[in-house]
Design a protein around this ligand. Structure first.
Ligand code: PPS
Ligand code: ADP
Length: 208
């Protein structure tokens, strides 16, 4: 575990300042990163919102949602591999900063590339920040039927280039901490399963 340090710490191409929290703040709560990944419509936004609702009474929580991030932090980035990698690098950077300060961070971006996700995991581990990958698995057939935003219809008609799962790759996690079968389990069941893993790992306490 990397201890809190004053001043700048080299993290490859990133140089960041980390300031040690004082007094009780240092032990008050432990931040962590819950990293949702999966195809469009697999349930990343839905589950991150529902899990955060349940965590809020006991934690400071922040959701970094792909759509929202792309309107602000990653405005101007597209969906080529380098752009997606850059998007995930930025989300990972913010997630780690927040988690360092005791925040429960829920990231909900497609994050299709294993290397990018593993890089966030590695950097989090270097700082002793718990990182849990939540793979939202659902068959393409169900996602096309769901078509929450009408994007699959357009992608199948060739109107959206580089659409994940249709004309762009998605590399599933090999050993995610949590596997959600979002095409066959209810949202409530998925929420309960995520909370159970967090409790098992001592990252949250059971709701009273
Ligand atoms: N080409 C293409 N492929 C996939 N998704 C697309 C694309 N174009 C737009 N969208 C919309 O952008 C959302 C995904 O953005 P992310 O930042 O999560 O993607 S990534 O992690 O950088 O791959 C995604 O949101 P979700 O549906 O919530 O996953 C889509 O609404
Ligand atoms: N177990 C589940 N977890 C999350 N979403 C689910 C689940 N079962 C069904 N859904 C539905 O799937 C859809 C997922 O949409 P959304 O959360 O916007 O996906 P994403 O953020 O991955 O694009 C919602 O309509 C949600 O109600």
């Amino acid at each position: 575990m990397i201890p809190w340090t004053l001043g700048f710490r080299d993290e490859g191409h990133e140089r960041e300042a980390a300031v040690k929290p004082s007094g009780d703040d240092a032990v008050r709560s432990k931040g962590f990163i819950l990293w949702f990944t999966g195809l469009s419509g697999a349930g990343k936004s839905t589950l991150s919102v529902e899990v955060s609702r349940r965590l809020m009474p006991r934690h400071s929580v922040d959701i970094l949602d792909g759509d929202e991030i792309r309107n602000f932090l990653s405005r101007g980035l597209g969906f080529t591999r380098p752009d997606r990698e850059e998007n995930i690098r930025r989300i990972g950077f913010v997630a780690r900063r927040l988690a360092r300060h005791g925040i429960a961070v829920l990231s909900a971006a497609i994050s299709p590339y294993r290397d990018s996700r593993d890089e966030v995991r590695r950097l989090a581990a270097e700082e002793g920040i718990p990182f849990l990958e939540v793979y939202m698995q659902a068959s393409l057939e169900v996602l096309i039927r769901r078509d929450v935003k009408g994007l699959y219809k357009k992608a199948l008609a060739g109107e959206i280039p580089h659409f994940t799962g249709i004309s762009d790759p998605y590399e599933p996690p090999e050993s995610p901490e949590i596997l959600i079968l979002s095409d066959s389990e209810s949202v409530e069941m998925s929420v309960a399963r995520v909370l159970a893993v967090l409790e098992e790992r001592g990252l949250t306490s059971p709701a009273r």
